[in-house]
Design a protein around this ligand. Structure first.
Ligand SMILES: C[S@@+](CC[C@H](N)C(=O)[O-])C[C@H]1O[C@@H](n2cnc3c(N)ncnc32)[C@H](O)[C@@H]1O
Length: 120
């Protein structure tokens, strides 16, 4: 997939890294935005990704992501649910919500959730 991405000639850099509880080899405040789609689910990403998304996005930048509703329950991290983790960062003033909506029939007849946050 990285080879395919390179062929598009739109990315300055491609990296193969596992996003999760580990700190990525990316400096703080690097990107204007992070976009993640289709990467949450069984044995995929969980709520541990939020802290890293916020860390690598510049203040005022954006985190845009989605998930399938049925995967939310399996995406808890550190004893907290996906929604609790999102709300923790809201309460801590780390990001504000731009979009948080349910989308019927988002993928393969499954309902999804779409999110957009602005990093503070
Ligand atoms: C179902 S594919 C979706 C690929 C693409 N985003 C799309 O929408 O077509 C799930 C992707 O999530 C990636 N993924 C799962 N867990 C990950 C993790 N912890 N860190 C980074 N990528 C992960 C997988 O490598 C895979 O590319």
């Amino acid at each position: 997939m990285l080879e395919k991405a390179k062929q598009k000639n739109v990315y300055k850099k491609v990296m193969c890294m596992r996003l999760g509880p580990e700190v990525l080899d990316i400096p703080d405040d690097t990107y204007d935005a992070v976009m993640m789609t289709g990467a949450v689910g069984d044995a995929h990403m969980n709520g541990s990704c939020f802290a890293e998304f916020i860390r690598i996005v510049k203040p005022g930048g954006y985190v845009v992501m989605d998930t399938i509703v049925k995967y939310i329950n399996g995406s808890e991290y550190g004893g907290k649910s996906w929604d609790e983790l999102i709300d923790d960062f809201l309460m801590a003033g780390r990001w504000v919500t731009l979009t948080r909506r349910k989308v019927e029939n988002a993928f393969n007849s499954l309902d999804g959730m779409q999110y957009a946050f602005q990093v503070k």
